[in-house]
Write a protein that binds this ligand. Structure first.
Ligand code: SF4
Ligand code: SF4
Length: 354
């Protein structure tokens, strides 16, 4: 079986807006059948870390939001707090970051809700269908509780998975802090004694009673890996060891993505193939693009849209620019695991939309 993926290139005549192309693509995906009046709809995106300039341009959300509003749905923009310390570690900084990057209400007339609570503590366990690693995934409660989900991705390279697209946005992007920790690390966080001032804030944040304080904080084996101590520390002394091998990380991402997709069953995915830089938008900076802007894809299958986007980049470049950028990993590991657990389709039919 193959999935349908719709593609429109960046090529436009002077009177043709790329935004109309996105509108055509989402209509082809059946947006008016999938989303309905009064559906509270989480529009999942990545606001980009402050300082990065490659992230999704807010203007690309206009055709999506206009269409959802015309249907009578109630869209809101959403993302989750990060595991690492940055401008998106808690909901307060995250909202500032979103506005600084152009996603404010005055621009898009759409509310923003950070999906996993003030410090990434709020999640709902969703079943992983046919999971080999997980039986359930810790997904941000606001996303899990939404009536519908719409996912818009900036397709680009990624230092730990080769590329980042729909599956990454669904998995790492919808996971709570504990979920991110469970994907990124197989061990508990550690404390850097050089940075720790023994203030005790991490201990107060730890519901598991896993932290003791003497000269500095120590984490013991009561730790359940919730990662709440990371955001609690004002000295950035707590961190995880990002020790999971890249192939295992990709498999974990696939299983988390499968949990979110199957929870909603019908989701429209849009991937924007512009500013295809080597690394994730989580960085407060970015390198030059690996290739020129390619356009937009849409599908209701997150695996197929990633495969089609990846194939288009490789075909256009005449080489695997992601593999070249990150030679230590195989960007296609995720497709192999998706196939193994029966999630989505790696086979697709690409329909070109003018
Ligand atoms: S990860 Fe969670 S359980 Fe472990 S020490 Fe930190 S706050 Fe406590
Ligand atoms: S919050 Fe940070 S600085 Fe304070 S005791 Fe914990 S690790 Fe040390």
């Amino acid at each position: 079986m193959s999935a349908k993926v719709y593609y429109s290139s960046m090529k436009c005549n002077m009177n043709q807006s790329p935004l109309n192309k996105i509108k055509k693509l989402i209509n082809k995906c059946g947006i008016t059948d999938i989303y309905g009046k009064n559906d509270i709809t989480a529009v999942k995106l990545h606001f980009g870390e402050y300082g990065n300039t490659a992230f999704l341009r807010p203007v690309y959300l206009r055709p999506v939001l206009e269409t959802l509003n015309r249907i009578g749905a109630k869209p809101f923009l959403t993302d989750t707090n990060t595991l690492y310390i940055g401008m998106r570690t808690n909901s307060v900084d995250h909202l500032h970051n979103a506005v600084l990057n152009g996603f404010g209400y005055s621009t898009l007339q759409t509310p923003i809700i950070i999906a996993d609570g003030l410090k990434g503590e709020s999640y709902t366990n969703l079943e992983v269908p046919n999971g080999e690693i997980y039986k359930s995934a810790k997904i941000a409660s606001v996303i899990a509780n939404a009536d519908k989900l719409f996912v818009i991705n900036h397709f680009k390279g990624h230092e730990m998975t080769g590329f980042g697209g729909a599956m990454k946005n669904l998995a790492m992007g919808c996971a709570s802090r504990a979920g991110k920790n469970e994907m990124h690390s197989s061990v508990r966080p550690t404390v850097d004694p050089e940075k720790c001032t023994a203030c005790g804030r991490c201990k107060m944040a730890c519901d598991a009673g896993a932290i003791t304080i003497s000269k500095h904080a120590s984490i013991n084996d009561k730790c359940v890996g919730c990662a709440m101590c990371i955001s609690a520390c004002p000295k950035h002394a707590v961190d995880v060891d990002y020790n999971v091998a890249c192939d295992t990380l990709q498999q974990k991402i696939v299983e988390y993505a499968a949990a979110v997709h199957s929870h909603f069953k019908e989701v429209v995915y849009v991937s924007v193939l512009t500013s295809i830089v080597p690394a994730c938008d989580c960085h407060g900076g970015n390198d030059a693009p690996l290739i020129h802007d390619l356009g937009f894809m849409a599908s209701t299958d997150p695996v197929a849209i990633d495969k089609a986007s990846y194939d288009l980049v490789v075909k256009t470049a005449g080489k695997d620019v992601f593999q070249e950028a990150w030679p230590h990993l195989n960007p296609q590991d995720s497709f192999a695991h998706a196939k193994k657990i029966g999630f989505g389709n790696t086979e697709y039919e690409l329909e070109i939309i003018k």
